[in-house]
Design a protein around this ligand. Structure first.
Ligand SMILES: Cc1cc2nc3c(=O)[nH]c(=O)nc-3n(C[C@H](O)[C@H](O)[C@H](O)COP(=O)(O)OP(=O)(O)OC[C@H]3O[C@@H](n4cnc5c(N)ncnc54)[C@H](O)[C@@H]3O)c2cc1C
Length: 470
């Protein structure tokens, strides 16, 4: 019998019900070890995270979320919250606790006249983009289409529209939230403003968002996008060019870079380019990157917005592959950083591994630091070393590759990270400093909405008014 099996949970009339009764009253499905579907349901994007929750509560709606939160709170049980399950540190799952799985809650409603999308917390960016693009609309969303809208938005949200539209969280208009004490609140600029502030960059610390309302903007349906690919042997020159090229770009343009292995086994560096405006203007703005050097391939051209939103899916989308990820922020790509990254790429421990660089700029950097909880608003690179492999026994070698590379790169960064890319073995002080000057205010919001730290499997903001649950 699990520690939870014999315990009661208060029902709405103040009585006590056990887990069997919880199952009966829950409209979604409840999966425990041994139940059909449990093994599949416990898997997350990062297959190196192999945890066995006591229960996976697959919520069908807000009532289920309230009930699952009550079960966890009443029993002092570890709770994890699962949206799209992409968090590389594995925060969406836990050993022995309750996974509150929002996956079945996928409804999306677009109001084309008001340019607002209401999106339930289990939706992926693929589903969101499909619905919004039916009306030629979009908001800043992730670059891999099966990433969850929920976790990505709550941590900030970097994507192809951030130069013109800011981060995903900057486009949040309101959110429905189930708090740790079971209240159902609407957070917006005029309701529970402190909570609304914290939800925009503070991660899943303050409650479970059941629905997000986003502001939309006209995009596409055709946009310019694609990759310019060079051999890895030219990577240092390409990155030096790229570092200068991005400084010239208008808000409409996006330029990321990736060191990786091509599908036919050739180590390469790719500049990933996009433009959010007329195709003609995009051709002009992106021309220098396409004219530079002697690329192996120039794959830039007009494409549907939804195709650009999934153009790097092939490298990263598969759930269950083994992964280890290190990440950090740097205001410039110094020669030392470029040397360390390229040296690391020459020693890739797997042809599936990659080093990815996001350039954060434009509207995303013009929001005042204190306007939202997002920690670091300056123009900078988000640098990611991502090891991917198939066989669990090979883990040590791939983790070693990542740590060696990161050991060389991290001292050259700010020391902080984008909180959605923080690794499971990162130090708590690094989490704290990555929230920047917003940390103390985040603690105040945490104290107000989750003083017992019920929601602690995340880039955790520790409350100071009550002792954390063990
Ligand atoms: C392949 C890949 C590509 C990525 N690309 C991008 C990118 O382009 N841009 C970018 O910004 N990030 C990107 N990320 C990082 C991504 O933002 C984080 O992994 C994020 O946590 C994913 O959200 P999720 O809902 O899928 O994750 P989950 O693992 O389900 O959730 C992560 C955490 O978010 C919180 N959470 C989730 N849902 C809720 C909710 N409804 N209410 C309260 N808390 C909740 C919980 O703390 C949870 O543990 C990428 C990650 C991967 C693996």
């Amino acid at each position: 019998m699990s520690s939870l099996e014999g315990k009661g949970v208060s029902d709405l009339s103040g009585g006590a019900v056990g887990v069997a009764s919880f199952r009966e009253r829950f409209r979604g499905s409840v999966l425990c070890s041994g139940d059909a579907g449990y093994e599949e349901a416990r898997r997350v994007w990062n297959g190196n995270i192999d945890r066995r929750p006591f229960m996976i509560a697959r919520c069908s709606g807000v009532a289920d979320v309230i009930q699952a939160v009550a079960l966890g709170r009443t029993n002092g049980q570890l709770v994890s919250v699962r949206g799209g399950a992409h968090n590389a540190a594995g925060h969406a799952t836990c050993d022995g606790g309750i996974v509150i799985d929002l996956g079945p809650m996928q409804a999306i409603r677009v109001d084309p006249a008001a340019r607002i999308a209401s999106v339930q917390a289990g939706a992926t960016w693929a589903a969101f983009d499909r619905e919004a693009q039916a009306f030629g609309l979009a908001t800043t969303g992730g670059t891999v289409s099966n990433t969850g809208v929920a976790g990505l938005t709550l941590g900030g949200g970097l994507g192809w529209l951030m130069g013109v539209g800011g981060l995903s969280c900057d486009n949040l208009v309101s959110a429905d939230v189930v708090t740790a004490d079971g209240r159902f609140l609407r957070a917006s600029a005029t309701e529970h403003e402190d909570l609304f502030w914290g939800l925009r960059g503070g991660g899943g610390n303050f409650g479970i968002v059941t629905t997000f309302d986003f502001r939309l903007r006209p995009v596409g349906p055709l946009v310019l996008g694609g990759m310019v690919i060079h051999p890895l042997t030219h990577a240092k020159n390409v990155l030096r060019f790229y570092q200068e090229f991005v400084q010239t770009l208008p808000d409409e343009a996006e330029a990321y870079a990736a060191l990786m292995t091509s599908p036919d086994g050739v180590p390469v560096i790719a500049m990933l380019l996009g433009y959010n405006g007329s195709l003609e203007a995009g051709e002009r703005v992106l021309a220098p990157a396409r004219a530079f050097g002697s690329p192996l391939a120039d794959l830039v051209g007009p494409m549907p917005y939804t195709a650009r939103q999934s153009m790097i899916d092939a490298g990263f989308a598969a759930h269950g592959m083994q992964r280890y990820w290190k990440s950090g922020l740097a205001p410039a790509l110094s020669d030392e950083i470029i040397d360390a990254l390229v040296d690391g790429a020459h020693r890739f421990s797997s042809a599936m591994s990659a080093i990815a660089l996001f350039w954060i700029h434009g509207a995303a950097t013009r929001v005042a630091q204190e306007a939202t909880a997002f920690g670091t608003r300056q123009a900078q690179w988000d640098i990611n070393a991502i090891a991917q492999w198939i066989n669990p026994p090979d883990t040590d070698g791939h983790v070693r590759w990542t740590r060696e590379l990161w050991g060389a790169v991290e001292p050259l960064t700010t020391g902080n990270a984008y909180i959605n890319h923080i690794a499971g073995d990162d130090r708590p002080e690094r989490i704290r400093s990555s929230y920047g000057s917003n940390y103390d205010r985040l603690v105040a919001v945490k104290n107000a909405y989750d003083p017992q730290n019920v929601f602690r499997l995340n880039a955790n903001v520790k409350p100071t008014v009550a002792r954390s649950a063990p």
